[in-house]
Write a new protein. Structure first.
Lengths: 106, 116
């Protein structure tokens, strides 16, 4: 099983600031990586797939990048609606998720 | 707009079998992979398995012995059965649509509690 490790577990950011979330795979997943946003009481929402392709409806302030087995989700200027938990998910072999990063107000 | 809705019991006894159904509206089930995901505080998000409209399935190796999925294209529904339940199976269960294994549409989720 490919293990996905997200860091930090919690990120405290002020509105308008940049947020950088990390996800590391235990082995190569190529670009088979998605990012999701989840708010309390809701299902996760797809933001990014293919490591860097924004899903329809994803604002341009969200971007994804990769370097080997390290993946990054960047929110360029945090808006109030962006405070949530973010998960990465690989789909190279059996799909697995990371443990999540909670983005909270500083 | 594609919408998914889970239905089934919220409380199931240990050792019994959980049965959930997902109804798809706003689009045909006759394409894509249709999946079940669960989320618990202890294990986070876990992909249970998926089924194609043809009925072909693929299950999480850790749950394979207890999982059965089926599809009813005439009703635009797919279903999950999970047997031999324990407290560790207590979770929110989501159904979702997979496009090349990333999940673009989700149901709202249903909480299933395993308790006597």
């Amino acid at each position: 099983e490919i293990v996905m490790t997200q860091s930090p577990a919690t990120l405290s950011v002020s509105p308008g600031e940049r947020a950088t979330l990390s996800c590391r795979a235990s082995q190569s997943v190529s670009s088979n990586l998605a990012w999701y946003q989840q708010k309390p009481g809701q299902a996760p929402r797809l933001l990014i797939y293919g490591a860097s392709i924004r899903a329809p409806g994803t604002p341009g302030r969200f971007s994804g990048s990769e370097s080997g087995t390290d993946f990054t989700l960047t929110i360029s200027s945090l808006q109030s609606e962006d405070f949530a938990v973010y998960y990465c998910q690989q789909y190279t072999n059996w799909p697995t998720f990371g443990g999540g990063t909670k983005v909270e107000t500083k | 707009q594609v919408q998914l809705q889970e239905s089934g019991p919220g409380l199931v006894k240990p050792s019994e079998t959980l049965s959930l159904t997902c109804t798809v509206s706003g689009g045909s089930i006759s394409s894509y992979h249709w999946t079940w995901i669960r989320q618990s505080p202890g294990k986070g998000l876990e992909w249970i398995g998926y089924i194609y409209h043809s009925g072909s399935t693929n299950y999480n190796p850790s749950l394979k012995s207890r999982v059965t999925m089926s599809v009813d294209t005439s009703k635009n529904q797919f279903s999950l059965k999970l047997s031999s339940l324990t407290a560790a199976d207590t979770a929110v269960y989501f159904c979702a649509r997979a496009v090349y294994y990333h999940l673009d549409y989700w149901g709202q989720g249903t909480l299933v509690t395993v308790s006597s």
